[in-house]
Design a protein around this ligand. Structure first.
Ligand code: SAM
Length: 196
């Protein structure tokens, strides 16, 4: 079975557009076959993004891991006037993100990185709707690995569905973070983790 993070050079392209508005700011995203939630903004991503924005309005250095076509990072960049870095392993997703950065005129960059393999900087905020289908080990590599890339007082924000193992993942994370539930909606939980 093809996953949304598989690089398939032969996959045909059917570009589509996704619109989104946050308060008075409108966005337009190009999406395509072969990327996560290609036809509409994923509900978990929307809940994560909007609960982040409700709690943060100042400019910060942000990393969006598993950016897909760039929805989370691009909206944060524009609304909070932040410089955002976005990473993914899916080439098509990164290509779309590049296009969407230009389309929405934001101050952001994107590059390929398997979890933190190509990440060398530290960030005030690391945010992710993690690739649950890549397996618990990869999700933990991302969420645990974030600690080394958070600046002092930095925060890790993530969303997981209750039935996708939120409890067992947080059990592991509790060894290095203090975790709070920021929002719950339709089975999706938004968490904020701070280093102890
Ligand atoms: C649940 S999707 C979220 C996509 C996007 N942030 C959104 O909200 O639509 C997870 C993303 O993680 C990416 N991904 C999978 N494995 C990864 C890895 N090892 N390192 C970085 N990103 C990965 C997938 O390609 C996918 O785009």
């Amino acid at each position: 079975m093809e996953h949304y993070f598989t690089n398939n050079e032969n996959l045909k392209s059917e570009i589509r557009k996704i619109s989104y508005s946050y308060e008075s700011t409108s966005f337009m995203f190009y999406s395509d076959l072969g990327v996560f939630s290609k036809d509409k903004i994923d509900y978990g991503s929307k809940v994560l993004l909007e609960s982040y924005l409700k709690n943060n309005n100042s400019s910060k250095r942000v990393l969006d891991i598993g950016c897909g076509y760039g929805i989370i990072g691009i909206v944060i960049s524009k609304v909070t006037n932040s410089f955002v870095s976005m990473i993914d392993v899916n080439k098509r997703a990164l290509h779309l993100t590049e296009r969407n950065i230009l389309e929405n005129k934001v101050n952001a960059e994107c590059f390929m990185s398997d979890a933190f393999s190509e990440v060398s900087e530290k960030y005030d905020i690391i945010i992710t709707n993690p690739p649950i289908r890549a397996g618990k080990e990869k999700v933990l590599e991302i969420l645990m690995g974030a600690k080394e890339h958070l600046s002092k007082n930095g925060e890790l924000w993530y969303v997981i569905r209750k039935d996708q193992g939120a409890k067992s993942i947080n059990k592991v994370l509790e060894s290095i973070y203090q975790i709070e539930v920021i929002e719950r909606s339709k089975g999706f939980y938004v968490f904020r983790a701070k280093t102890n």
